[in-house]
Write a protein that binds this ligand. Structure first.
Ligand SMILES: Cc1ncc(COP(=O)(O)O)c(C=O)c1O
Length: 422
């Protein structure tokens, strides 16, 4: 029982696929792994993506050839490391079309990007009685930092609701924007449902009330072209590890004027211009927000990942994944007792589902025995689970290297689960 088939056109007749997934797979050494004697079928990409050789080798090259601290040395290695580090910043700038490279702040990931904004912009601009507007489909990373801030400041968290397909109710969102709203914080793509939000409209509506918008881009950047200037969002943050890069590194984009007006996030080395015991002055952007020795290898790895994606073409990757999404949606919809959770018209790369009478954890365990990796649980989106009246879902999520054969394997695996629980 599902409404998904109704909402996706011609699911079995997708457009020509611009990606040769078999060739791409050769770039990812881990995909040769066998699990429980079966070839690995990795469908947990929304949690983290696998890494191409280009990324692994870039990190190795740094540690083997140019390892030194950045920004501080005049010696050869330090200059080489700094050049690669700052080169990655330019790559990230171009990747999301930021106007300036100083608008790219390196952080640990999406979670830290959001916390940075909450603790700097939030602590100075949001006070008692003010409101922060989020949506009902946010990841915990885009809920809890705002709750912490609200508690500290006496501010209020407002939540724009979603419909039964997992789509934002835009009119309700519009109705929640008002003079008390000081920030909108919204996910670009829902990790639990796959919904793509109508960001341009949302930003326009918020700006009509002079409200800045922070976008959680963790699940968007790996799948679609993101142009922060076209979106006109004020902050945009994403994680490297979901876009074929290393863990522990991510990007926070912010418009220059906002970043300039914000106090530093953490104090320490590199973020200062001068220090005396009486007074410290802060460094210019982006260094004001990058205290201490950064994750140099991670930044260089992220640069290699974004270059890898650029070379394949993000639109090609998106088209390939969309084909897989349509195929999987049609196949899973056809299995009795499988219900897809999240049937928005605009979706990216995620199929969340439940099987009548089977706990998602059991689905994951039985699939694992067949070498198939999916995620089960609340996906750090407990309010989404509550909205749909379920404790958890099983979630398959696709990347550039996935194939239709892997979806067939998933379908076969689900049949096995059903047999076990028949
Ligand atoms: C939509 C969304 N936001 C935020 C995050 C947090 O990302 P990270 O753990 O890399 O900081 C995730 C991770 O799953 C996510 O899917």
């Amino acid at each position: 029982m599902t409404t998904a088939a109704r909402r996706i056109d011609s699911p079995l007749h997708s457009v020509a696929d611009p990606i040769d997934a078999l060739r791409v797979r050769a770039d990812f050494p881990i995909l040769e792994t066998t699990v429980h004697g079966k070839p690995l079928v990795y469908l947990d990409n929304a949690a983290t993506s696998q890494k191409p050789r280009a990324v692994i080798e870039a990190i190795m090259r740094y540690y083997q050839g140019t390892n030194a601290n950045v920004h501080r040395g005049v010696h050869y290695l330090s200059e080489a490391a700094t050049e690669d580090y700052e080169g990655a910043r330019k790559i990230a700038q171009q990747f999301i079309n930021a106007a300036h490279s100083h608008e790219i702040i390196f952080v640990r990931g999406t979670t830290e990007g959001i916390n940075l904004v909450a603790q700097t912009f939030g602590r100075t601009r949001i006070g008692a009685g003010d409101e922060i507007l989020i949506t009902a489909m946010e990841h915990h990373s885009n809920i809890v930092p705002w709750q912490i801030l609200c508690e500290e400041k006496g501010a209020k968290l407002r939540v724009a609701p979603i419909n039964d397909h997992g789509e934002l109710l835009l009119d309700e969102y519009a109705g929640l924007l008002g003079p008390q709203t000081k920030l909108v914080a919204v996910t670009h793509v829902s990790n639990a449902l796959g919904t793509i939000n109508p960001l341009e409209r949302m930003v326009e509506m918020a700006h009509a009330h002079n409200v800045p918008v922070l976008v959680d881009g963790a699940q968007a950047v790996p799948h679609m072209k993101v142009d922060v200037q076209a979106l006109d969002c004020d902050f945009y943050t994403f994680s490297g590890h979901k876009v074929y890069g290393p863990t522990g590194i991510g990007v926070l984009y912010g418009k220059t004027a906002l970043l300039e007006s914000m106090p530093p996030y953490q104090g320490g080395g590199d973020m200062i211009s001068s220090v005396t015991f009486e007074r410290t002055t802060y460094n210019k952007l982006p260094y004001k927000f990058e205290a201490g020795t950064p994750d140099i290898a991670g930044v260089i790895g992220l640069g290699a990942a974004l270059t890898y994606v650029e070379n394949l073409g993000i639109e090609n990757i998106g088209a390939h994944e969309h084909n897989l999404l349509e195929y999987a949606t049609a196949k899973l919809s056809a299995i009795s007792d499988v219900r897809i959770i999240g049937t928005a018209k605009e979706k990216a790369s995620v199929v969340s589902f439940v099987i009548e009478g089977v706990h998602p954890h059991d689905i994951g365990t039985i699939l694992d025995q067949q070498g198939i990796a999916i995620r089960t649980g609340h996906h750090c989106s407990q309010p989404v689970m509550e909205r749909f009246g379920i404790p958890a879902t099983a979630r398959a999520s696709f990347a550039v290297y996935n194939t239709r054969e892997e979806i067939e394997a998933l379908v076969g695996g689900i049949q096995k689960v059903k047999e076990v629980f028949a």
